[in-house]
Write a protein that binds this ligand. Structure first.
Ligand SMILES: NC(=O)c1ccc[n+]([C@@H]2O[C@H](COP(=O)([O-])OP(=O)(O)OC[C@H]3O[C@@H](n4cnc5c(N)ncnc54)[C@H](OP(=O)(O)O)[C@@H]3O)[C@@H](O)[C@H]2O)c1
Length: 241
């Protein structure tokens, strides 16, 4: 089970939801893990839950907004200094606002694009020198099936995830020769508080742990192979019509 004892990981948006499940799964396998988020309150709650898994020494919570490139550079450098290097970056932080284009504000548009696209660029750019120092590693981007299957009242979100998919594919081809493997995971509906939604009784949805399992499987792949794109969807969603 402790397959990742030599690994140091950063999970952006690791304070709750899918990111928290990924951080927990990494800790269970022996990795040391930094989580980032913008709210101190959720960061503290998330870190406290994670420390129960591994003890305090293996968890590093950092308040940092992925929309601010200087903040993310400082955060990622701090993680590498604190744990002695970096092996895995999970770009998980993401937001959605779901309303018709005609009603969407310019601020909402920028919040989605700046978080889901520019934020990933900032984190990758800051992490790559550290991954190169280790002669390789993983960048895993949490995208969405919405990036492939656009739907109404979600134009900005779908566009952000389509951009993330293209970014991931291009980056993958750029850095694979350095032993850095890039993959993106496209979940369908997951039971979280995403964008103010209540997880409620949506038992048919994926659990955050299902996405975490995909991420663990990717990292465990032998270094000769690169599964670069994964779709995961609920097995039994409600039938339409
Ligand atoms: N839930 C779904 O159905 C679903 C499906 C497919 C894909 N996804 C993707 O999965 C990822 C995680 O979603 P989730 O459902 O776990 O969402 P969530 O429960 O809302 O958690 C989002 C996490 O991101 C953090 N975050 C938000 N904005 C941030 C920023 N600017 N800088 C740093 N951290 C930030 C949040 O903390 P703070 O609020 O404190 O910053 C929180 O830790 C997202 O990329 C989402 O698009 C979700």
């Amino acid at each position: 089970m402790k397959a990742f004892t030599d690994k140091v990981a950063i999970v952006t948006g690791g304070s709750r939801g899918i990111g928290l499940a990924i951080a927990r799964a990494l800790l269970e396998r022996g990795a040391r893990v930094a989580i980032t988020a913008t709210s101190d309150a959720t960061l503290e709650t998330g870190a406290a839950a994670l420390e129960k898994v591994s003890g305090a020494g293996a968890v590093l919570p950092i308040r940092a907004d992925v929309r601010r490139h200087e903040e993310m550079e400082q955060a990622i450098d701090a993680v590498a200094r604190h744990f002695g290097g970096l092996d895995v970056l999970v770009n998980n932080a993401g937001v959605g606002v779901f309303r018709p284009v005609a009603e969407m504000t310019v601020e909402e548009w920028h919040r989605i694009i700046d978080t889901n696209v520019s934020g990933v660029f900032y984190c990758c750019r800051a992490a790559l020198p550290h991954l190169r120092k280790r002669d390789g590693g993983w960048i895993i981007n949490i995208s969405s099936l919405s990036g492939m299957n656009p739907f109404p009242e979600a134009a900005a979100y779908c566009a952000s995830k389509a951009a993330l998919n293209a970014f991931s594919e291009a980056l993958m081809q750029e850095v694979r020769h350095d032993g850095i493997r890039v993959a993106y995971v496209m979940p369908g509906s997951v039971r979280t508080d995403f964008s103010g939604r209540s997880p409620g009784s949506d038992d048919w949805k994926l659990a955050p742990e299902d996405v975490a399992r995909v991420v663990m499987d990717l990292i465990a792949h032998p270094s000769r192979s690169l599964p670069s794109r994964v779709e995961i969807r609920p097995a039994r969603p409600p039938k339409k019509g």
